[in-house]
Design a protein around this ligand. Structure first.
Ligand SMILES: [Zn+2]
Length: 390
């Protein structure tokens, strides 16, 4: 079965979620035929860097729009049909068009896997020396069918020093028909000499509301009902990565047949049940040290992911803080909770001062940040409790 994130991968720039600041610029560049030789796409994993790179590779070859680079050079297609189309240069429709069009010869060819003109290199797997070396020669050859040959180098920061040097030489004198898209989660590891040759686009984490929306749309298309709590939890666990959210939805749909709810999501991903978090937060905010520590021990013993336990606790503390500071905003974020949980949080807020809400939020946030430094993850939480309740 096709993974959901593949099945629902965007086919047009318009369908890319949460990266409008980049999409708008790229679309305008395509329409104005100002195409750069090298792009750097940086940002967290699973937010669409490779997807946008592939769309760009198709868009620059889409005969409906991109025919030349804006520098007076016309990239000619090698097939008769598309050469004619380029020569005629059809004007884009008045309504803002879908890019790429997915209708023209080139779009269709590139879409069905005629990919010899889109070359993807995964720097993480090899260090890339051989690939980049052979790229230096291959890049000089004209594209087989498209106007542009596009090289997508994923995780480019993993290239070895030798590979970077080879790449730099190519970037210094790129042939007119080549475009490079370098993608990375760690742009600070890419040499400045390489960065300075690229147009740098910074991809963002995808916000929870957008992830929720996307997952709901997919679930609906798959004929599965998923409740608000379940889909909100997935958005929390996805941590800004749309792809992770979609992969998790995949698992949920496989596990739940027709209807998916919060409890299934929690069980599936090792997150604690709602009651456990409520017990813990209630004890913490009421300063019941023994009970709070007991909750943590139970969580640790049950094999629950401490990271998820803390994350969900933080999400609740944030809601309590917002109920104090920004009630309207709080209500909209409480809409993502189940009814019982939401009323528990409203009740807990009335028993908690703003100062405490702030202090506990900060204390657990610190524990969350420190989690990876502790050999025993529960120790981070226990120390935080000791500090907060002493
Ligand atoms: Zn097209």
């Amino acid at each position: 079965m096709l993974a959901l994130y593949r099945k629902y991968r965007p086919h047009r720039f318009e369908d890319v979620i949460g990266q409008d600041h980049i999409i708008d610029v790229l679309k305008n560049a395509i329409l104005a035929r100002r195409i750069a030789h090298a792009y750097l796409f940086s940002g967290p994993r699973g937010v669409g860097k490779t997807t946008v790179a592939r769309l760009l590779a198709r868009a620059v070859n889409c005969t409906t729009f991109a025919a030349d680079s804006g520098e007076g050079r016309v990239a000619v297609n090698l097939t008769d049909v598309s050469t004619k189309l380029v020569a005629e240069r059809p004007q884009p429709p008045v309504n803002f068009p879908d890019i790429p069009c997915n209708e023209c010869e080139n779009c269709k060819a590139l879409q069905i896997g005629f990919t010899l003109d889109i070359i993807e290199i995964d720097a993480a797997s090899t260090g890339g020396v051989d690939e980049v070396r052979s790229l230096r020669e291959a890049v000089q050859l004209m594209p087989l069918r498209a106007s542009y040959k596009t090289y997508i180098i994923d995780e480019v920061h993993m290239l070895s020093r030798a590979a970077f040097n080879a790449l730099l030489k190519t970037l210094e004198e790129p042939p007119l028909h080549a475009i490079f898209v370098l993608a990375t989660t760690e742009p600070e590891k890419v040499p400045d000499t390489v960065i300075s040759r690229t147009q740098h686009f910074r991809f963002r984490r995808v916000g929870e509301p957008l992830i929720i929306q996307s997952l709901q749309t997919i679930a609906k298309a798959e004929g599965i009902s998923i409740d608000q709590e379940a889909v909100s939890l997935l958005a929390v666990f996805a941590d800004g990565s749309l792809r992770d959210g979609q992969s998790m939805l995949d698992q949920v749909l496989n596990a739940s047949k027709k209807h998916a709810e919060g409890a299934v999501v929690r069980a599936l991903f090792g997150a604690p049940p709602a009651e456990v978090i409520e017990q813990f937060l209630g004890a913490l905010l009421r300063r019941q040290t023994e009970e709070a520590l007991t909750s943590v021990t139970q969580v640790a013993d049950s094999g629950t992911e401490m990271r998820l336990f803390l994350k969900l606790s933080l999400r609740d503390l944030r809601a309590i803080l917002l109920l104090h500071l920004a009630p309207k905003l709080a209500e909209s974020s409480l809409a993502a909770y189940g009814k019982k949980e939401a009323s528990f949080l409203r009740e807990l807020k009335t028993q908690t001062s703003l100062e405490d809400a702030e202090r506990f939020y900060a204390g657990l946030l610190e524990a969350y940040d420190m989690l990876h430094t502790f050999a025993l993850p529960h120790a981070a939480v226990e120390l935080a409790i000791a500090k907060l309740l002493k």
